[in-house]
Design a protein. Structure first.
Length: 149
């Protein structure tokens, strides 16, 4: 038997798309202006997802005019119209707070991207490496996950 609290909570829950930290999303918010309601999109990167049920929130970060802006959205709030996942991200952390200290635009590797393995050091001068001798691949330097533009 479901208690009254679970019954009320279940009735207010929305269906939201599967999104996780590292995903690029567009959150559509309802904004009340005098006598009309308009939708305002906020597009950015999810840096945190916390809570469960009605108290679940996501923190979305974007850089606007060189200034970082973060907004916390209650996922099941009536003020949210919908959440569109623009791009899936591939990250190894649940909290992406390190992006706050990055300067400029940052781009998370897409979940569909595959990082090529580094060329093996065996084989000496006769190796069939496709890169010049002075350069290293992004996988070898560890920069395959996060790039700054």
């Amino acid at each position: 038997m479901i208690g009254w609290k679970e019954h009320v909570t279940h009735a207010q829950l929305k269906t939201v798309p599967e999104c996780q930290p590292g995903d690029q999303v567009k959150v559509w918010c309802r904004i009340q202006e005098q006598d009309r309601v308009r939708l305002s999109p906020f597009e950015g990167l999810i840096i945190r997802r916390r809570g469960s049920g009605l108290t679940e929130t996501i923190t979305v970060r974007r850089v606007t005019y060189g200034e970082g802006v973060e907004r916390v959205f209650p996922v099941h709030a009536p003020v949210l119209e919908r959440i569109d996942v623009v791009r899936r991200g591939k990250v190894k952390r649940a909290r992406l707070y390190f992006l706050r200290s990055k300067v400029g635009k940052t781009r998370i590797a897409s979940a569909g991207d595959s990082v090529k393995p580094a060329a093996s050091k065996e084989g000496g001068a006769g190796s069939s490496s496709s890169q010049p001798s002075g350069e290293q691949s992004s996988a070898a330097t560890g920069a395959g996950q996060l790039t700054s533009a």
